[in-house]
Design a protein around this ligand. Structure first.
Ligand code: UGA
Length: 437
């Protein structure tokens, strides 16, 4: 099938390469000329495991191409995905200007029947506005421009696998034509047994927000438990283990630490809360989830302050700057929230990240970045584990202790074994669990 994709960010580009890998003919478009130039030259503009290989492969097979011209992506396509950003406005509502512009572009350039698919995360009710926009722009195509919602459930760092081996594919639509087109599009995956769930559009839109908010709720629940465990002398990692053996709860997303970040959770939780208010139902639960998440960074900063007494004039090394391991993405990274707080208190902050150093430096110019973990730790009065990259597990602890000014490690991700750290001579401060020793 011929498919157009508007927006080639994390979601859009993953959609492009995976649909091309499934055998469709895909044209991706973006207004960012630099990004498109990089893609036309065959280079993925961000790090995502497996993405570059799939890009090479689908470009070579002629299944995929890129353009800055919306017309080129829309004209002749049976399906057009809207994968543009939906950033937060000042009060937290999703800014849907890019979605409206994309819908207008589809209407303007459509040459035949098209299913316009919202893949960007949008508040329930958006499809009705998209449909109205399409009808206003091209009234003569009324009945031939269909709208569907097909939210993505992909995790950064796992995006290709999540797209090609999805737990479920969710399609919300209003017409049998739209369902039929989407079934054909995903036939290579449903043939392999991946479930396709069909709902009305409002339900699909709301389900996406509901999933992200629930995952964030689990993380904040674990972080609230961490605060309690610290006061009670209990171990939050063991509490999570016990909870996780109950299949009704599950162990995933119960890791206490610095909290959630990234482009999705922080903005989606606030946008969902704003949607609820707009619909006349207050959900303070969601505000509490966000508050506990902010508290998680504060609690870690307080551990640094407690260990160092005066932070001013001290060197603090941050191990990890990305919002989670496996990505170079620093958007809303809790590590950078912590960096800014420590910098504002007068500390010198040196960060190291296997992938995200240059993005972090662009976000927080006062941050120093080091080429490796030992360099970051050299002369530091405290190391904070802020992102749980695997390579930190393999550090030579004796060497680490040797290069530091004070042997203080605040573990904001419970990466290390407390006993091991204490035996290695560190003043070790984990999150929500006893320090060991
Ligand atoms: C998230 C969802 O997991 C995807 O299903 C969804 O499609 C995506 O958002 C989206 O809406 O686009 P992602 O933002 O890539 O994916 O990251 P996650 O792996 O979910 O992690 C989010 C944050 O939670 C990270 O900062 C991570 O460190 C933190 N986290 C995760 C915890 O603090 N504790 C945990 O137990 C799990």
């Amino acid at each position: 099938m011929r498919v157009g994709v508007i927006g080639t960010g994390h979601v859009g580009l993953t959609t492009c390469v995976t649909l091309a890998a499934l055998g469709h003919d895909v044209v991706g478009t973006d207004h960012d000329g630099e990004k498109i130039a990089s893609l036309q030259a065959g280079t993925a503009p961000f790090f995502e495991p497996g993405l570059q290989d799939l890009l090479d492969d689908t470009l070579a097979r002629g299944r995929l191409r890129f353009t800055t011209d919306d017309r080129d992506a829309v004209a002749g396509s049976e399906v057009v995905f809207i994968c543009v950003g939906t950033p937060a406005r000042a009060r937290g509502d999703a800014n849907l200007v890019a979605v409206e512009n994309a819908a207008r572009a589809v209407a303007r350039h459509a040459t035949g029947p098209v299913v316009v698919v919202e893949k960007s995360t949008v508040p329930a009710g958006t499809s009705a506005r998209v449909r109205r926009t399409l009808e206003r722009e091209r009234p003569e195509l009324s009945g031939r421009l269909h709208v569907a919602s097909n939210p993505e459930f992909l995790r950064e760092g796992n995006a290709i696998k999540d797209s090609l081996e999805p737990d479920r594919i969710l399609v919300g639509a209003q017409s049998e034509t739209a369902f039929e087109v989407m079934r054909r599009l995903y036939a290579p995956l449903t043939a392999k047994g991946h479930a396709l769930i069909e709902t009305d559009i409002d339900t699909a839109e709301l389900a996406k927000h509901a999933c992200n908010a629930f995952l964030a709720l689990k993380i904040s629940y674990a972080n609230a438990l961490a605060r309690l465990c610290e006061r009670a002398g209990a171990d939050v990692t063991r509490v999570a283990e016990v909870m996780g053996t109950d299949p009704r709860i599950g162990r995933a997303f119960l890791d206490a630490g610095l909290g959630y970040g990234g482009y999705c959770f922080p903005k989606d939780i606030v946008a969902f809360e704003r949607l609820a208010v707009r619909l006349g139902y207050d959900m303070p639960l969601l505000r509490e989830v966000a508050r506990i998440n902010r508290e998680a960074v504060d609690a870690t900063a307080e551990k640094v302050e407690e260990a160092l007494w005066n932070v001013e004039g001290k060197r603090v090394a941050l191990f990890g700057l990305a919002f989670k391991p496996g990505t170079d993405d620093t958007r809303e990274s809790p590590a950078l929230v912590l960096a800014r707080r420590l910098l504002s208190e007068g500390a010198t902050v040196i960060g190291y990240d296997p992938q995200a150093s240059s993005n972090a430096k662009a976000d927080v110019p006062e941050l120093e970045v080091a080429p490796d973990a030992y360099d970051a730790a050299r002369g530091a009065h405290c190391v904070v584990v802020s992102t749980e990259w695997d390579e930190f597990r393999r550090l030579d602890l004796a060497r680490l202790k040797d290069v530091m000014a004070y042997p203080v490690v605040v573990d904001g991700r419970n990466l290390f074994d407390p006993q091991v750290m204490v035996s290695a001579g560190f003043n070790y401060v984990p999150t929500g669990r006893p320090a060991g020793g």
